[in-house]
Design a protein around this ligand. Sequence first.
Ligand code: C2E
Ligand code: CA
Ligand code: CA
Length: 401
Amino acid sequence: MHRIEVTKGQRILSVGEEGQCAYIVEQGSVRIEDAVSVLKEYTVGPGEMFGEYGVIPDSPHYCVATAEEDSLLLVVPLEEIEEKAKLSDPMVSLFLNFFMDRCHSLTERHYHEGSTEKITSPNRRSVRDKVNKNRDELVEIFKTKEELERAVDQNEFVLHFQPIISLRGGFTAGFEALVRWDHPDRGLLSPFHFIDIAEQTNAIVPLGEWVFEEACRHVAPFNKIAAEGGSPEIFVSINISAKQFAVPDIVDRFKKMIANTNVNTSHVQLEITESVLMEDTTHAKGILHQIKDLGFQLVLDDFGTGYSSLNYLHQFPIDKLKIDRSFTHTMLNDEDSCEIVRAIAGLAHNLNIEVVAEGIEEREQLSLYRDLDCHYGQGFLISKPLPVEKVYEILGTRMAI
Ligand code: C2E
Ligand code: CA
Ligand code: CA
Protein backbone atom coordinates (compact mmCIF):
# COMPACT_ATOMS: atom_id res chain seq x y z
CA MET A 1 0.00 0.00 0.00
CA HIS A 2 1.19 3.52 -0.72
CA ARG A 3 -0.25 7.05 -0.67
CA ILE A 4 -0.83 9.51 -3.45
CA GLU A 5 -1.76 13.18 -3.34
CA VAL A 6 -4.34 14.47 -5.80
CA THR A 7 -5.29 18.09 -6.44
CA LYS A 8 -8.76 19.60 -6.71
CA GLY A 9 -10.38 18.74 -10.04
CA GLN A 10 -7.89 15.97 -10.86
CA ARG A 11 -9.39 12.94 -12.63
CA ILE A 12 -8.36 9.76 -10.75
CA LEU A 13 -10.32 7.10 -12.65
CA SER A 14 -12.38 6.74 -15.79
CA VAL A 15 -14.96 4.13 -16.84
CA GLY A 16 -13.42 1.21 -18.71
CA GLU A 17 -9.92 1.94 -17.48
CA GLU A 18 -8.02 -1.21 -16.54
CA GLY A 19 -8.06 -1.62 -12.77
CA GLN A 20 -5.09 -2.79 -10.74
CA CYS A 21 -5.99 -1.18 -7.43
CA ALA A 22 -8.70 0.34 -5.25
CA TYR A 23 -8.45 3.60 -3.28
CA ILE A 24 -9.24 4.60 0.28
CA VAL A 25 -9.67 8.31 1.00
CA GLU A 26 -7.41 9.33 3.86
CA GLN A 27 -7.99 13.09 3.68
CA GLY A 28 -10.24 15.17 1.44
CA SER A 29 -13.14 14.04 -0.76
CA VAL A 30 -13.70 12.48 -4.16
CA ARG A 31 -16.71 12.83 -6.45
CA ILE A 32 -17.86 9.56 -8.03
CA GLU A 33 -19.98 9.18 -11.16
CA ASP A 34 -20.96 5.54 -10.95
CA ALA A 35 -21.93 3.68 -14.11
CA VAL A 36 -23.33 0.63 -12.34
CA SER A 37 -24.72 1.61 -8.96
CA VAL A 38 -28.29 2.80 -8.34
CA LEU A 39 -26.83 5.99 -6.94
CA LYS A 40 -25.39 7.66 -10.02
CA GLU A 41 -23.39 10.37 -8.27
CA TYR A 42 -22.03 10.61 -4.77
CA THR A 43 -19.05 11.82 -2.76
CA VAL A 44 -16.69 9.65 -0.72
CA GLY A 45 -14.73 11.03 2.25
CA PRO A 46 -12.12 9.87 4.78
CA GLY A 47 -12.21 6.13 5.48
CA GLU A 48 -14.33 5.35 2.41
CA MET A 49 -13.27 3.26 -0.56
CA PHE A 50 -13.80 3.73 -4.29
CA GLY A 51 -12.56 1.99 -7.42
CA GLU A 52 -13.08 -1.36 -5.65
CA TYR A 53 -13.55 -3.12 -8.99
CA GLY A 54 -9.82 -2.61 -9.41
CA VAL A 55 -9.15 -5.44 -6.96
CA ILE A 56 -11.24 -7.93 -8.92
CA PRO A 57 -8.78 -9.68 -11.23
CA ASP A 58 -9.00 -8.32 -14.76
CA SER A 59 -12.03 -6.15 -14.14
CA PRO A 60 -12.24 -2.60 -15.51
CA HIS A 61 -13.32 0.41 -13.44
CA TYR A 62 -16.97 1.38 -13.66
CA CYS A 63 -16.78 4.91 -12.36
CA VAL A 64 -15.33 8.31 -13.00
CA ALA A 65 -13.59 9.61 -9.90
CA THR A 66 -12.56 13.26 -9.57
CA ALA A 67 -10.97 14.96 -6.57
CA GLU A 68 -13.39 17.51 -5.07
CA GLU A 69 -10.56 19.11 -3.16
CA ASP A 70 -6.84 18.46 -2.60
CA SER A 71 -6.88 14.94 -1.15
CA LEU A 72 -4.67 12.16 0.17
CA LEU A 73 -5.45 8.62 -1.05
CA LEU A 74 -4.27 5.21 0.06
CA VAL A 75 -3.70 2.93 -2.94
CA VAL A 76 -4.58 -0.75 -2.34
CA PRO A 77 -2.98 -2.84 -5.12
CA LEU A 78 -4.57 -6.00 -6.46
CA GLU A 79 -1.39 -8.06 -5.84
CA GLU A 80 -1.44 -7.13 -2.19
CA ILE A 81 -5.04 -8.30 -1.79
CA GLU A 82 -4.17 -11.55 -3.61
CA GLU A 83 -1.13 -12.05 -1.35
CA LYS A 84 -3.16 -11.47 1.84
CA ALA A 85 -5.98 -13.73 0.60
CA LYS A 86 -3.47 -16.58 0.14
CA LEU A 87 -2.32 -16.24 3.75
CA SER A 88 -5.80 -16.07 5.22
CA ASP A 89 -7.97 -18.95 6.37
CA PRO A 90 -8.96 -20.96 3.25
CA MET A 91 -12.63 -20.39 4.03
CA VAL A 92 -12.15 -16.60 3.94
CA SER A 93 -10.13 -16.87 0.76
CA LEU A 94 -12.80 -19.00 -0.92
CA PHE A 95 -15.55 -16.56 0.00
CA LEU A 96 -13.51 -13.62 -1.19
CA ASN A 97 -12.86 -15.23 -4.59
CA PHE A 98 -16.45 -16.27 -4.89
CA PHE A 99 -17.93 -12.87 -4.06
CA MET A 100 -15.50 -10.99 -6.25
CA ASP A 101 -16.29 -13.20 -9.20
CA ARG A 102 -20.03 -13.03 -8.56
CA CYS A 103 -19.88 -9.29 -8.10
CA HIS A 104 -18.02 -8.94 -11.38
CA SER A 105 -20.59 -10.97 -13.32
CA LEU A 106 -23.56 -9.06 -11.89
CA THR A 107 -21.92 -5.71 -12.52
CA GLU A 108 -21.06 -6.59 -16.09
CA ARG A 109 -24.61 -7.71 -16.78
CA HIS A 110 -26.02 -4.59 -15.19
CA TYR A 111 -23.61 -2.34 -17.09
CA HIS A 112 -24.47 -3.84 -20.46
CA GLU A 113 -28.22 -3.51 -19.88
CA GLY A 114 -27.97 0.25 -20.09
CA SER A 115 -24.98 0.65 -22.32
CA THR A 116 -24.02 -0.03 -25.87
CA GLU A 117 -20.35 -0.01 -24.99
CA LYS A 118 -18.69 -3.36 -24.33
CA ILE A 119 -15.85 -3.37 -21.82
CA THR A 120 -15.41 -7.08 -21.16
CA SER A 121 -11.74 -7.84 -21.36
CA PRO A 122 -10.65 -10.72 -23.59
CA ASN A 123 -8.59 -12.06 -20.65
CA ARG A 124 -11.64 -12.53 -18.50
CA ARG A 125 -12.01 -16.21 -19.42
CA SER A 126 -8.48 -17.04 -18.34
CA VAL A 127 -9.06 -15.15 -15.07
CA ARG A 128 -12.22 -17.14 -14.48
CA ASP A 129 -10.29 -20.37 -15.15
CA LYS A 130 -7.70 -19.28 -12.60
CA VAL A 131 -10.39 -18.49 -10.02
CA ASN A 132 -11.95 -21.91 -10.63
CA LYS A 133 -8.59 -23.62 -10.26
CA ASN A 134 -7.94 -21.80 -6.97
CA ARG A 135 -11.40 -22.80 -5.91
CA ASP A 136 -10.63 -26.47 -6.64
CA GLU A 137 -7.41 -26.22 -4.64
CA LEU A 138 -9.23 -24.57 -1.77
CA VAL A 139 -11.92 -27.25 -1.78
CA GLU A 140 -9.11 -29.84 -1.61
CA ILE A 141 -7.57 -27.99 1.36
CA PHE A 142 -10.99 -27.91 3.08
CA LYS A 143 -11.34 -31.64 2.66
CA THR A 144 -7.92 -32.22 4.20
CA LYS A 145 -8.68 -29.85 7.08
CA GLU A 146 -11.89 -31.73 7.77
CA GLU A 147 -10.13 -35.06 7.45
CA LEU A 148 -7.44 -33.96 9.92
CA GLU A 149 -10.01 -32.71 12.42
CA ARG A 150 -11.99 -35.92 12.04
CA ALA A 151 -8.80 -37.91 12.58
CA VAL A 152 -8.16 -36.05 15.85
CA ASP A 153 -11.71 -36.85 16.98
CA GLN A 154 -11.33 -40.50 15.94
CA ASN A 155 -8.02 -40.83 17.78
CA GLU A 156 -6.05 -41.74 14.66
CA PHE A 157 -2.88 -39.95 15.75
CA VAL A 158 -0.16 -41.61 17.78
CA LEU A 159 2.98 -40.32 19.41
CA HIS A 160 6.44 -41.69 19.03
CA PHE A 161 9.16 -40.63 21.44
CA GLN A 162 12.77 -40.00 20.46
CA PRO A 163 15.31 -40.26 23.27
CA ILE A 164 17.51 -37.27 24.10
CA ILE A 165 20.63 -38.20 26.04
CA SER A 166 22.93 -36.19 28.26
CA LEU A 167 26.29 -35.73 26.52
CA ARG A 168 27.78 -35.42 29.99
CA GLY A 169 27.00 -38.93 31.15
CA GLY A 170 25.15 -40.78 28.41
CA PHE A 171 21.96 -41.31 30.39
CA THR A 172 18.51 -40.73 28.90
CA ALA A 173 17.49 -37.21 29.90
CA GLY A 174 14.20 -36.98 28.07
CA PHE A 175 12.17 -37.65 24.94
CA GLU A 176 10.82 -35.54 22.10
CA ALA A 177 7.19 -36.38 21.32
CA LEU A 178 6.71 -36.71 17.55
CA VAL A 179 3.29 -37.19 16.04
CA ARG A 180 2.33 -39.82 13.42
CA TRP A 181 -0.99 -40.37 11.70
CA ASP A 182 -2.21 -43.96 11.75
CA HIS A 183 -4.29 -43.45 8.63
CA PRO A 184 -7.03 -46.06 8.07
CA ASP A 185 -6.10 -46.52 4.36
CA ARG A 186 -2.55 -45.20 4.04
CA GLY A 187 -0.93 -46.68 7.16
CA LEU A 188 1.43 -44.86 9.52
CA LEU A 189 2.20 -41.43 8.06
CA SER A 190 5.10 -39.23 9.13
CA PRO A 191 4.51 -35.52 9.79
CA PHE A 192 6.01 -34.83 6.35
CA HIS A 193 2.64 -35.88 4.87
CA PHE A 194 0.36 -33.69 6.96
CA ILE A 195 2.05 -31.10 9.21
CA ASP A 196 2.34 -28.37 6.56
CA ILE A 197 -1.29 -28.65 5.56
CA ALA A 198 -2.35 -28.84 9.21
CA GLU A 199 -0.47 -25.55 9.74
CA GLN A 200 -1.96 -23.99 6.65
CA THR A 201 -5.53 -24.85 7.64
CA ASN A 202 -5.17 -24.24 11.37
CA ALA A 203 -6.03 -27.91 12.00
CA ILE A 204 -2.69 -27.84 13.86
CA VAL A 205 -4.49 -26.13 16.76
CA PRO A 206 -6.72 -29.10 17.76
CA LEU A 207 -3.99 -31.55 16.67
CA GLY A 208 -1.33 -29.72 18.72
CA GLU A 209 -3.59 -29.75 21.75
CA TRP A 210 -4.15 -33.46 21.35
CA VAL A 211 -0.37 -33.99 21.12
CA PHE A 212 0.19 -31.86 24.19
CA GLU A 213 -2.32 -33.69 26.38
CA GLU A 214 -1.29 -37.12 25.11
CA ALA A 215 2.42 -36.41 25.71
CA CYS A 216 1.65 -35.03 29.19
CA ARG A 217 -0.13 -38.25 30.13
CA HIS A 218 3.17 -40.14 29.71
CA VAL A 219 5.24 -37.79 31.85
CA ALA A 220 4.41 -39.28 35.25
CA PRO A 221 4.69 -42.99 34.20
CA PHE A 222 8.06 -42.35 32.45
CA ASN A 223 9.37 -40.65 35.57
CA LYS A 224 8.06 -43.39 37.85
CA ILE A 225 9.93 -46.10 35.90
CA ALA A 226 13.08 -43.96 35.66
CA ALA A 227 13.02 -43.29 39.41
CA GLU A 228 12.54 -46.99 40.17
CA GLY A 229 15.69 -47.72 38.15
CA GLY A 230 17.59 -45.01 40.02
CA SER A 231 17.79 -42.77 36.90
CA PRO A 232 17.54 -38.99 36.83
CA GLU A 233 14.22 -37.24 36.12
CA ILE A 234 12.89 -37.42 32.58
CA PHE A 235 11.57 -34.48 30.57
CA VAL A 236 9.17 -34.72 27.63
CA SER A 237 9.67 -32.16 24.88
CA ILE A 238 6.61 -31.11 22.83
CA ASN A 239 6.57 -29.20 19.54
CA ILE A 240 4.27 -26.18 19.61
CA SER A 241 3.43 -24.59 16.28
CA ALA A 242 3.55 -20.82 15.75
CA LYS A 243 -0.14 -21.09 14.79
CA GLN A 244 -0.91 -22.31 18.31
CA PHE A 245 0.80 -19.21 19.71
CA ALA A 246 -1.46 -17.05 17.58
CA VAL A 247 -4.58 -18.34 19.39
CA PRO A 248 -5.70 -15.41 21.59
CA ASP A 249 -6.35 -17.42 24.77
CA ILE A 250 -3.28 -19.64 24.49
CA VAL A 251 -2.25 -19.22 28.15
CA ASP A 252 -5.71 -20.17 29.42
CA ARG A 253 -5.72 -23.16 27.08
CA PHE A 254 -2.42 -24.35 28.55
CA LYS A 255 -3.82 -23.91 32.07
CA LYS A 256 -6.83 -26.00 31.12
CA MET A 257 -4.69 -28.75 29.58
CA ILE A 258 -2.43 -28.80 32.64
CA ALA A 259 -5.52 -29.26 34.80
CA ASN A 260 -6.90 -31.99 32.50
CA THR A 261 -3.69 -34.02 32.62
CA ASN A 262 -2.49 -33.09 36.09
CA VAL A 263 1.04 -32.92 34.65
CA ASN A 264 4.07 -31.71 36.57
CA THR A 265 5.09 -28.91 34.19
CA SER A 266 8.69 -28.89 35.42
CA HIS A 267 9.08 -32.15 33.44
CA VAL A 268 7.71 -30.61 30.23
CA GLN A 269 9.59 -28.62 27.60
CA LEU A 270 7.91 -26.70 24.82
CA GLU A 271 9.77 -26.55 21.50
CA ILE A 272 9.11 -23.37 19.58
CA THR A 273 10.66 -21.96 16.43
CA GLU A 274 12.14 -18.56 15.82
CA SER A 275 9.08 -17.48 13.83
CA VAL A 276 7.19 -17.26 17.15
CA LEU A 277 9.72 -14.74 18.43
CA MET A 278 9.82 -12.69 15.26
CA GLU A 279 6.08 -12.15 14.66
CA ASP A 280 5.60 -9.40 17.21
CA THR A 281 8.47 -9.30 19.64
CA THR A 282 6.75 -7.49 22.51
CA HIS A 283 3.65 -9.68 22.34
CA ALA A 284 5.77 -12.86 22.04
CA LYS A 285 7.86 -11.88 25.04
CA GLY A 286 4.75 -11.37 27.19
CA ILE A 287 3.21 -14.69 26.21
CA LEU A 288 6.46 -16.62 26.66
CA HIS A 289 6.90 -15.20 30.16
CA GLN A 290 3.35 -16.20 31.10
CA ILE A 291 3.98 -19.69 29.73
CA LYS A 292 7.22 -19.99 31.61
CA ASP A 293 5.41 -18.94 34.77
CA LEU A 294 3.31 -22.10 34.34
CA GLY A 295 6.52 -24.06 34.99
CA PHE A 296 7.55 -25.20 31.49
CA GLN A 297 11.03 -24.99 30.03
CA LEU A 298 11.31 -23.35 26.64
CA VAL A 299 13.43 -24.74 23.81
CA LEU A 300 14.26 -22.87 20.61
CA ASP A 301 14.03 -25.51 17.86
CA ASP A 302 15.79 -25.65 14.47
CA PHE A 303 18.26 -22.99 15.57
CA GLY A 304 20.40 -21.65 12.75
CA THR A 305 17.85 -22.10 9.98
CA GLY A 306 15.70 -19.01 10.54
CA TYR A 307 16.69 -15.45 11.27
CA SER A 308 19.11 -16.63 13.94
CA SER A 309 19.64 -13.19 15.22
CA LEU A 310 21.84 -13.98 18.17
CA ASN A 311 21.19 -10.48 19.56
CA TYR A 312 17.64 -11.15 20.57
CA LEU A 313 18.20 -14.45 22.33
CA HIS A 314 18.83 -12.85 25.71
CA GLN A 315 15.53 -10.95 25.49
CA PHE A 316 13.48 -14.14 25.66
CA PRO A 317 13.16 -16.62 28.52
CA ILE A 318 14.76 -19.46 26.52
CA ASP A 319 16.25 -22.40 28.47
CA LYS A 320 17.69 -24.49 25.64
CA LEU A 321 18.39 -24.21 21.98
CA LYS A 322 18.47 -27.02 19.48
CA ILE A 323 21.12 -26.75 16.81
CA ASP A 324 19.42 -27.72 13.57
CA ARG A 325 20.30 -31.12 12.15
CA SER A 326 21.52 -29.58 8.89
CA PHE A 327 24.60 -28.33 10.79
CA THR A 328 25.19 -31.75 12.28
CA HIS A 329 25.12 -33.26 8.78
CA THR A 330 27.69 -30.87 7.35
CA MET A 331 29.92 -29.89 10.24
CA LEU A 332 32.50 -32.67 9.82
CA ASN A 333 33.18 -31.76 6.19
CA ASP A 334 32.40 -28.09 6.07
CA GLU A 335 34.60 -25.68 8.00
CA ASP A 336 31.94 -22.92 7.94
CA SER A 337 29.21 -25.03 9.54
CA CYS A 338 31.68 -26.26 12.10
CA GLU A 339 32.53 -22.64 12.98
CA ILE A 340 28.83 -21.73 13.21
CA VAL A 341 28.20 -24.63 15.59
CA ARG A 342 31.21 -23.56 17.68
CA ALA A 343 29.91 -19.97 17.80
CA ILE A 344 26.36 -21.04 18.73
CA ALA A 345 27.66 -23.32 21.50
CA GLY A 346 29.95 -20.56 22.83
CA LEU A 347 27.21 -17.96 22.84
CA ALA A 348 24.70 -20.30 24.47
CA HIS A 349 27.20 -21.07 27.24
CA ASN A 350 27.70 -17.35 27.87
CA LEU A 351 23.96 -16.78 28.04
CA ASN A 352 23.42 -19.78 30.30
CA ILE A 353 21.32 -21.50 27.68
CA GLU A 354 21.73 -25.27 27.30
CA VAL A 355 22.47 -26.74 23.87
CA VAL A 356 20.74 -29.75 22.33
CA ALA A 357 22.38 -31.20 19.21
CA GLU A 358 19.91 -32.69 16.73
CA GLY A 359 20.33 -35.26 13.98
CA ILE A 360 23.39 -37.10 15.34
CA GLU A 361 23.94 -40.08 13.02
CA GLU A 362 27.68 -40.71 13.43
CA ARG A 363 30.02 -41.24 16.35
CA GLU A 364 32.31 -38.41 15.19
CA GLN A 365 29.43 -35.95 15.30
CA LEU A 366 28.58 -37.03 18.82
CA SER A 367 32.23 -36.68 19.89
CA LEU A 368 32.53 -33.21 18.39
CA TYR A 369 29.40 -32.01 20.20
CA ARG A 370 30.66 -33.54 23.43
CA ASP A 371 34.02 -31.78 22.95
CA LEU A 372 32.17 -28.50 22.42
CA ASP A 373 30.58 -29.15 25.80
CA CYS A 374 27.03 -29.31 24.42
CA HIS A 375 24.60 -30.64 27.01
CA TYR A 376 22.27 -32.96 25.11
CA GLY A 377 22.23 -35.09 21.96
CA GLN A 378 19.46 -36.57 19.82
CA GLY A 379 19.61 -38.54 16.59
CA PHE A 380 19.39 -41.89 14.85
CA LEU A 381 22.82 -42.94 16.24
CA ILE A 382 21.27 -42.83 19.71
CA SER A 383 17.80 -44.00 18.74
CA LYS A 384 15.05 -43.46 16.20
CA PRO A 385 11.70 -42.21 17.53
CA LEU A 386 10.08 -45.15 19.37
CA PRO A 387 6.52 -46.27 19.95
CA VAL A 388 5.63 -45.81 23.61
CA GLU A 389 6.00 -49.54 24.54
CA LYS A 390 9.65 -49.43 23.46
CA VAL A 391 10.27 -46.36 25.61
CA TYR A 392 9.62 -48.44 28.69
CA GLU A 393 12.27 -50.95 27.54
CA ILE A 394 15.03 -48.35 27.37
CA LEU A 395 14.14 -46.17 30.35
CA GLY A 396 16.99 -46.31 32.82
CA THR A 397 19.61 -47.43 30.26
CA ARG A 398 22.80 -45.52 29.59
CA MET A 399 24.70 -45.09 26.33
CA ALA A 400 28.49 -45.38 26.33
CA ILE A 401 29.66 -42.07 24.90
P1 C2E B 1 11.64 -31.52 14.36
O1 C2E B 1 10.92 -30.83 15.45
O2 C2E B 1 12.93 -30.94 13.90
O3 C2E B 1 11.79 -33.03 14.84
C1 C2E B 1 12.90 -33.82 14.61
C2 C2E B 1 12.74 -34.60 13.34
O4 C2E B 1 14.03 -35.10 12.98
C3 C2E B 1 11.86 -35.81 13.50
O5 C2E B 1 11.21 -36.05 12.26
C4 C2E B 1 12.89 -36.93 13.75
O6 C2E B 1 12.44 -38.21 13.40
C5 C2E B 1 13.99 -36.49 12.82
N1 C2E B 1 15.28 -36.99 13.23
C6 C2E B 1 15.69 -37.30 14.47
N2 C2E B 1 16.96 -37.75 14.49
C7 C2E B 1 17.38 -37.72 13.21
C8 C2E B 1 18.60 -38.06 12.55
O7 C2E B 1 19.57 -38.49 13.16
N3 C2E B 1 18.67 -37.87 11.22
C9 C2E B 1 17.62 -37.39 10.49
N4 C2E B 1 17.75 -37.24 9.20
N5 C2E B 1 16.43 -37.05 11.07
C10 C2E B 1 16.33 -37.22 12.41
P2 C2E B 1 9.67 -36.30 12.17
O8 C2E B 1 9.17 -37.09 13.31
O9 C2E B 1 9.42 -36.77 10.77
O10 C2E B 1 9.09 -34.84 12.35
C11 C2E B 1 9.32 -33.86 11.39
C12 C2E B 1 8.85 -32.53 11.85
O11 C2E B 1 7.44 -32.50 12.01
C13 C2E B 1 9.40 -32.15 13.20
O12 C2E B 1 10.70 -31.65 13.05
C14 C2E B 1 8.42 -31.08 13.62
O13 C2E B 1 8.73 -29.85 12.99
C15 C2E B 1 7.14 -31.59 13.03
N6 C2E B 1 6.38 -32.27 14.09
C16 C2E B 1 6.44 -33.54 14.53
N7 C2E B 1 5.56 -33.74 15.53
C17 C2E B 1 4.94 -32.56 15.73
C18 C2E B 1 3.93 -32.10 16.63
O14 C2E B 1 3.42 -32.83 17.49
N8 C2E B 1 3.54 -30.80 16.54
C19 C2E B 1 4.10 -29.95 15.64
N9 C2E B 1 3.69 -28.68 15.61
N10 C2E B 1 5.06 -30.32 14.79
C20 C2E B 1 5.47 -31.63 14.83
CA1 CA C 1 11.34 -30.34 17.47
CA1 CA D 1 14.30 -29.57 15.04
